[in-house]
Design a binder for this molecule. Structure first.
Ligand code: SF4
Ligand code: F3S
Ligand code: FES
Length: 245
């Protein structure tokens, strides 16, 4: 059916708590959730805090939970939602609320700083196969929306922020580890500091990624294999011992 108005049930509050408030918004063809939030700001609640920048699915700023699902609000069309009932708009659950829909995602930048950047191997020709370019190009599409971090149960339900880096940073580490010209090893970092062993391959991260990065299959599983090879494979450990003797 067609609807002239829709109710948005938007969380209002801060780190000390809050409650959802209902706003009635006139529907416009092609409208996305972020448009509706802007309409509320313009007409009903000028103090509603919403983070956004590009409105084109590319800056990763407008992440929130729409009807309980992590989404970019600028890429979520109103006509894809059940409009005969209120639409819940909540801030990302895994990060502390600053105000309304705006969360403090700075923990992610702390994790990022633990990862050693690209370190060119000395003496190799600066030449890459197209295959190798394609493999890491996928990881470079990440827009740092942190929706994968938000949905991963290790962070969302078990609060392992101290022990676990999260899927976004497995993606970044994969882009470096799979770079044929890079000479650093991040296997120990993955095992000890980013806690890759805590990921039990639920694939929820992959499901929510707006860039369709195959986070679990293409980044996490190959990195887990690397950690196993490096630390737990007895034959390889022996070979390495003999080689370094
Ligand atoms: Fe967002 Fe995907 Fe990057 Fe995670 S990997 S931060 S879901 S773009
Ligand atoms: Fe979490 Fe993704 Fe692993 S959701 S458990 S990082 S597969
Ligand atoms: Fe930039 Fe939504 S506003 S991704």
């Amino acid at each position: 059916g067609s609807f002239a108005e829709v109710t948005l049930r938007v969380f209002r509050g801060d780190k000390d708590g809050g409650a959802p408030a209902d706003y009635s918004v006139p529907l416009v063809p092609g409208m996305v959730v972020l448009d509706a939030l802007h309409w509320i700001q313009a007409h009903q609640a000028p103090d509603l805090a919403v983070r956004w920048n590009c409105k084109a699915g590319k800056c990763g700023s407008c992440s929130a939970e729409v009807n309980g699902r992590p989404r970019l609000t600028c890429k979520t069309r109103m006509d894809s939602l059940p409009l005969d009932q209120p639409i819940d708009i909540f801030p990302m659950k895994s990060f502390p609320v600053i105000k309304d829909l705006v969360t403090d995602v700075s923990w992610n930048f702390k994790v990022n700083r633990k990862i050693p950047p690209f370190q060119p191997r000395p003496g190799v020709a600066w030449k890459m196969d197209q295959r190798d370019v394609d493999r890491i190009q996928e990881f470079r599409k990440c827009i740092e929306c942190f929706l994968c971090q938000n949905i991963c149960h290790v962070l969302r339900d078990h609060d392992k922020q101290e022990q676990f880096g999260g899927p976004r940073f497995f993606v970044r580490t994969a882009s470096l580890e799979m770079h044929p010209l890079d000479g650093a090893s991040r296997a120990r970092l993955l095992k000890d500091e980013l806690g890759i062993g805590l990921c039990n391959i639920t694939k929820c991260c992959t499901e929510v990624c707006p860039e369709d990065i195959h986070i679990t299959d293409n980044a996490i599983i190959p990195l887990k294999e690397r950690v196993v090879d490096e630390f737990y494979d007895p034959l390889l450990m022996l070979v390495r011992k003999i080689r370094s003797a």
